[in-house]
Design a protein around this ligand. Structure first.
Ligand code: GLU
Length: 454
């Protein structure tokens, strides 16, 4: 056997792709890429009642969107397949036979049980309300890469094949990890309680268990309980639909339970791969902070090259609307709002008035401006000097306004709010002078005229 590290992400496709699962996938991917290992995607689709094709599709789409490429698994193939548990029945049968042959099983009520080794005794179980048979089995020692040494002894024999003939999770999970040559099992802490069963099975099959790393849970922002599917921002699908930057989402998920030695927060994929280690994974649970994720998304949007931002914004505009008629104007406009958007989906709402001449006006802003002198008079004064302007650029326009203000004994900022309102109908937006430059002389002077005549 080679000493190459092999890890796997083993989701059950029963619901949409949850950020908790995505984080587990990410840690597996980071570890594989950090160590030059192999990342396997295995679909644990044995629960026929609850598996859905939509869940599988959401999972594959979400993994690809986050950039978590796998080396073996669905669509990728590999030497250890099939990678769907539903296609591995004959492999499970073979291992069930091995366990039977080694004398570690027995049948009861039609189900196949795994038999623990150790002294047997009976004890009243208050949960079940009856006497049960228990076993003093040797504790399984788990040298967890995150939790350290964990010891746990199973007390009761457990079912490995149901009376329906279906092998249970513990068995198929172990057989797959064994036959797929998995060296490190990285999974959620909710599975820690299963690990002693899994170690029992590995050892009964004559194999040493893989190494384990149980990663802390993700809690709701309030800290009250585990994050659930219904919590805000729980599904990867939502981020795809809302056009988040995939790198930002991956970056945020990476910091849920892991941190580097320094205080760095923004990581490219490669940087995170380089820095990742289990020494940096915390033992305490992480809180999911949707606002922080959105904040990180905004940072990614701002740091992105302008051309990329424009390309990402394009699909959000209707193909036959006004915005995309003049692509060079569109690109200039979108660049203006790049520093303002926290999400790409906000862009459309921020730029409406740049395109077409029909746009709403904010009555509150109009009232506010009317209290500070006649807005039309100010607009007229600006219109006069703008019409004379020969170099239509932000700097020139700024000195033009400056000169106008000096002449009238005021400040240029006395004119700016009226000017902005007259050309946009609102009280805020991108920096005014660069915005006027982009809008162009004709559009700006026409709008000023319309405002004065209104
Ligand atoms: N199918 C299991 C789950 O989704 C996998 C557990 C494991 O990684 O071993 O929780």
């Amino acid at each position: 056997m080679s000493s190459q590290i092999r890890v796997r992400f083993a989701p059950s496709p029963t619901g949409l792709f949850h950020v908790g699962s995505a984080r587990t996938a990410l840690f597996n991917w980071l570890y594989a890429r950090n160590t030059g290992g192999v990342f396997v995607l295995r679909i644990e689709d044995t629960d026929h009642e609850r598996n859905t094709p939509e869940a599988l599709e959401a999972l594959i789409k979400g993994m690809r969107w986050l950039g978590l490429d796998w080396d073996e698994g669905p669509e990728a193939g590999g030497d250890y397949g099939p990678y769907f548990q539903s296609e591995r029945t004959s492999i499970y049968d073979e291992y069930i036979e091995k366990l039977k042959a080694s004398g570690r099983t027995y049948e009861k009520d039609g189900a196949l049980y795994f038999k623990l080794e150790g002294e047997r005794y009976t004890e009243f179980d208050s949960h079940l309300g009856r006497e049960v048979e228990k076993v003093k089995s040797a504790p399984q020692v788990i040298d967890d890469m995150i939790r350290g040494r964990v010891e746990r002894a199973e007390e009761r024999d457990f079912v490995i094949v149901r009376s329906s003939g279906e092998p249970v999770f513990h068995l198929v999970n172990v057989v797959d990890d064994l036959t797929m040559g998995i060296t490190h099992v990285i999974r959620g802490e909710d599975h820690l309680s299963n690990t002693s069963k899994h170690c029992e099975l590995f050892r009964a099959l004559g194999e040493e268990p893989p190494k384990f790393a149980h990663i802390p849970l993700i809690l709701k922002y309030s800290g009250k309980g585990k994050m659930s599917k219904r919590d805000e921002g729980a599904l990867v699908e939502q981020y795809i639909e809302q056009h988040y930057v995939p790198d930002a989402v991956r970056n945020y998920l990476g910091l849920l339970g892991w941190s580097p030695k320094n205080d760095q927060e923004i990581f490219t994929g490669d940087e995170m791969i380089r820095e990742f280690s289990f020494a940096g994974v915390s033992q305490s649970n992480a809180k999911f902070d949707h606002d922080k994720l959105t904040h990180m998304n905004a940072e990614y949007l701002r740091a992105m090259p302008a051309e990329q931002f424009v390309e990402m914004a394009k699909p959000l505009f209707s193909k036959d609307g006004d915005a995309l008629k003049d692509l060079s104007y569109f690109s200039d406009v979108i660049r203006l709002v790049q520093p303002k958007a926290n999400r790409l989906t906000e862009v459309e709402g921020l730029v409406g008035y740049f395109f077409g001449n029909e746009y709403p006006t904010d009555a509150k802003v109009a009232d506010r401006l009317a209290k500070k002198g006649d807005p039309k008079e100010k607009a007229s004064a600006v219109l006069d000097v703008f019409e004379e302007s020969e170099d239509w650029n932000a700097e020139e326009l700024d000195s033009t306004c400056e000169a106008l203000a000096t002449k009238s004994g005021g400040k240029k900022f006395d004119y700016f709010p009226v000017l902005r309102f007259a050309v946009s109908g609102v009280g805020g937006g991108p920096d005014l002078m660069p915005m006027l430059e982009v809008m162009g002389k004709k559009r700006v002077t026409n709008r000023l005229k319309a405002f004065i005549e209104s």
